[in-house]
Design a protein around this ligand. Structure first.
Ligand SMILES: Nc1nc2c(c(=O)[nH]1)N[C@H]1C(S)=C(S)[C@@H](COP(=O)(O)O)O[C@H]1N2
Ligand SMILES: [Mo]
Length: 258
């Protein structure tokens, strides 16, 4: 096969699968000696790929304290009735701990005090829900990147999954449990945090206490609330209905970029 044919195919693949598939395909291909040469020769592609990654790494717009919405609407689950969650809530989350496991060298079990001791970030950002409303809030939380470094991802880890405490839809097979997932570009984005504070106060139950994700380059439904467990995985097929999140399983985009 000529280099041109190879390159055309590769461009076709890249075009069809922007987002995370591109990331995993690219990682795999660059490790593959037969593709390495093709990749360096494909100048156009390299530039396109570079632009794509640069875009994904750009910061979401940040606002000032004066912009904070007075009426940030809680949405989706706002008061989970799941047995384990109610028990934690009734004890003011004193028994809470976050599990970090899956494809990691050092599985972690972190209390809220541990999470507050992690490198943190505070940001005032706009939350955009697909239902057509937006609100600006101030978030403080542990940066996900350093936390994943502490757990040390195994080389085959491709996605980070957030398992939530709430059942948003009662289904017999358990696929109504809320969950979400992001790729490693978003996981290591500086504005990706596990928030424990909103607007300078401890996160409330309606907004996802004790811990919720802020992944600021994406839509509202990616901002998983009530996070109990973070799992590093290689593929998303075995979770829920296989599309990587509660709403993606129900027809919404997995990569909900804004
Ligand atoms: N666990 C969990 N996370 C969730 C949801 C949910 O129902 N359960 N709803 C999502 C949707 S659609 C939106 S818009 C935001 C709402 O966040 P808020 O309640 O802080 O406004 O949370 C997202 N994260
Ligand atoms: Mo939403």
């Amino acid at each position: 096969m000529s280099t041109t044919t190879n390159r055309r195919r590769w461009l076709g693949v890249a075009g069809a699968t922007l987002g995370s598939l591109w990331l995993s395909a690219c990682n795999k291909l660059t490790n593959d000696p037969t593709f390495a040469g093709v990749l360096t020769k494909a100048e156009g592609l390299t530039q396109r790929a570079q632009r794509l990654v640069t875009d994904r790494k750009a910061l979401a717009k940040e606002f000032t304290a004066a912009d904070i919405s007075r009426d940030f609407k809680p949405n989706g689950s706002i008061d989970p009735t799941d047995y384990d969650y109610v028990a934690l809530r009734d004890n003011k989350f004193g028994d809470y701990s976050l599990t970090v496991d899956g494809l990691v060298e050092h599985p972690l079990e972190l209390t809220l005090a541990d999470l507050r001791a992690q490198p943190s970030r505070t940001q005032i950002t706009r939350h955009d829900c697909v239902e057509g409303w937006s609100s600006i809030g101030k978030w403080k939380g542990a940066r996900l990147g350093p936390l994943l470094d502490r757990a040390k991802l195994k080389p085959n880890a491709r996605y980070i999954v957030f398992h939530c405490a709430d059942t948003l839809e009662q289904t017999l097979d358990g696929t109504g449990q809320y969950y979400e997932s992001i790729d490693l570009i978003d996981a290591y984005h500086p504005q990706t945090i596990l928030a424990y504070e909103m607007n300078d106060a401890t996160l409330t139950v309606p907004h996802g206490a004790p811990l919720r994700l802020r992944v600021e380059r994406q839509l509202g439904y990616k901002q998983a609330k009530y996070i109990m467990r973070i799992e590093a995985v290689e593929k998303l097929d075995d979770l829920g209905r296989g599309k990587g999140g509660f709403w993606p399983d129900r027809g919404y985009e997995w990569y909900a970029g804004i």
